[in-house]
Design a protein around this ligand. Structure first.
Ligand code: HEC
Ligand code: HEC
Length: 254
């Protein structure tokens, strides 16, 4: 699937309007400035606004607890399957499965503002890059031959600028990394992780670390980790093998 940036660049606002304001969404939503709540909240100025953006509307707990603003990625995820994006949501709408229809609707929502949020930039190779990461080769075969010492040598040049790695070490710019492999996402108690990282479910498996260290900003859009990633697959495996060693009881190799 093309990224939301690519789909927005070719979105049909009129088709989005027909689908939303004259179609199914209008059963529950008003779209005009100052419009009333119907079954759902008014949607004027929702793009770029906070989650639960309409003052006085009785949102679900799940929606009220969502951190951060409605980015294009968030809206794309929400409209794919509302009940997955906000478990327990009051929006009883199954979602829009067609990616371009979602983009059309979001492009229409964007216009409901005196000052629409700029469209995301489409870099020329955005589509091939997304395709490439979807086909990222698995790390597990590479871990078998990985060299943790080489991983450590690389990490000492860059990761340790932002991360301590010893047991009980402090947060620097990033969290301490001791025992991160196999631990939960956002594993350091008390560290101020991004909403993107906090919302990731499940443990840090080898494959998750592989995707994260390939392109942090793609794995967790909005992450605070200002590091472009490690393009070389074997070097990533070496770094992951080193991370694995930062534990009294390393997770077994696959
Ligand atoms: C059956 C009624 C219903 C339909 C149909 C519906 N919605 Fe909703 N919508 C709601 C409700 C109720 C909420 C509040 C959700 C909550 O509190 O969890 C909501 C919330 C939202 C929000 C978040 C608003 C905010 O202030 O954070 C957006 C965006 C949204 N809907 C867009 C849409 C779009 C676009 C469509 C059509 C594709 C749609 N909805 C169809 C009932 C509906
Ligand atoms: C410029 C600073 C910086 C550099 C360089 C950096 N990181 Fe990070 N790292 C962070 C920040 C900040 C976070 C928190 C991310 C968030 O909350 O979105 C993080 C998070 C992480 C996490 C998730 C931790 C958890 O508790 O879930 C891992 C794993 C990680 N970094 C590994 C690395 C590795 C390995 C390197 C070197 C290849 C590296 N980082 C380089 C700043 C950095």
């Amino acid at each position: 699937m093309a990224s939301i940036a690519v789909r927005l660049a070719k979105a049909d606002v009129a088709a989005g309007q027909a689908f939303a304001a004259k179609g199914i969404c209008s059963v529950c939503h008003s779209f005009n400035e100052g419009g009333k709540a119907v079954i759902g909240p008014n949607l004027y100025n929702v793009v770029g606004g906070p989650h639960a953006h309409m003052a006085g509307f009785a949102y679900s707990e799940g929606m009220k607890n969502k951190q951060g603003n409605w980015t294009y990625e968030d809206l794309d995820a929400w409209l794919t399957k509302p009940s997955a994006y906000v478990p327990g949501t009051k929006m009883t709408f199954p979602g829009i499965s067609d990616p371009q229809t979602r983009a059309n609707v979001i492009a229409f929502l964007r216009t409901l503002s005196p000052n629409p949020v700029p469209l995301p930039e489409v870099t020329e190779n955005a589509a091939p890059a997304a395709a490439k990461s979807a086909a990222l080769p698995p790390v597990e075969p590479l871990l078998a031959n990985a060299d943790p010492k080489a991983g450590e040598a690389f990490a000492k040049t860059i990761c340790v600028i932002c991360h301590s790695v010893n047991e009980g070490g402090p947060a620097i710019i990033g969290p301490n990394l001791y025992n991160v492999v196999g631990g939960p996402h956002a594993h350091m108690a008390g560290y101020a992780y991004s909403a993107a990282m906090k919302s990731k479910a499940g443990p840090w498996t080898y494959e998750e670390l592989n995707r994260w260290l390939y392109k942090p900003a793609e794995y967790a859009p909005g992450t605070k980790m200002a590091f472009p990633g490690i393009p070389d697959a074997q070097l990533r495996a070496n770094v992951i093998a080193w991370l694995r060693s930062l534990s009294p009881d390393p997770v077994p190799l696959p």
